[in-house]
Design a protein around this ligand. Sequence first.
Ligand code: 13P
Ligand code: SF4
Length: 311
Amino acid sequence: SLAGIDIRAEIERLRREKNAVILAHYYQKPELQDLADFVGDSLELSRKAAETDAEVIAFCGVKFMAEVAKILSPQKTVILPDLNAGCSLEDACPPAKFKAFREAHPDHIALTYINCSTEVKALSDIIVTSSSAEKILAQIPRDQKIIFGPDRHLGGYLSRKFDREMLLWPGVCIVHEAFSETELLKLKAQHPGAPIAAHPECPPTIVDHADYVGSTSGILNYAKGMDADTLIVATEPHIIHQMQLAIPNKTFIGAPGADGNCNCNICPYMALNTLEKLYISLRDLSPRIEIEESLRLEAKKSLDRMLDMAS
Ligand code: 13P
Ligand code: SF4
């Protein structure tokens, strides 16, 4: 039982004792963001995981993110508070089907969103995150044919922006898919001066109304630099915590789902991680991420290409 234990103090003690670094994504609960050594977007978290000299990486995020940490830092112990913290995009792209799709299009390269399994990374040529995708795509010759998976909305957004045809894998993020255009327009009418910032995982019905489109850290930077005093935020609403910390005198409103509020846009996978589970994972060094070595090396190639091309 955890009764009578000061969980925050225990996490503090364990993190020193085990030489652990705590990394958190912006979609984590505020209490996890607040005690993390570093909070960031997918690309920043990958870089931190590759650079840290800690012995243990406690990853407050979803499984594919913790797997990226392990791929880049195999000698480290990587723990994830809840191993069931998956991602609908990963689920939408089973490796065997992806492999068959690739084989059906041998003249295409696979440009793949980091939100996928290690197996799919191993079957891909270049990984991208939402903050690195545009820079990477700009470096690929225009006559090179591309398969983009598993997020069809990010792929569609890139395809329109670069006026470049790509074969899109039909996956979506269930969180960003749940925003309602009707409710967004109602909210905008109530806050006429407020810009809208959207993540490119949103469907075009949302992205087309956005004043800024970018990754979580991109949206956060937009919030820090904007003149307006209210911002409508069309991504997972836990990122608003960092906006309120950085810019306490402005108002941030989560874009609504069909029910008119932003609760249905909380990522159910990210929400599985809790302070209690973080404590237990640090105490037991479990659940742990383990990846078979030949698979890890294959997946590392496409990730290293991203890190090179994004720098
Ligand atoms: P970024 O933090 O890279 O924008 O990714 C968003 C996301 O959905 C992570 O699952
Ligand atoms: Fe996956 Fe969407 Fe959750 Fe990100 S917010 S982890 S893309 S389900």
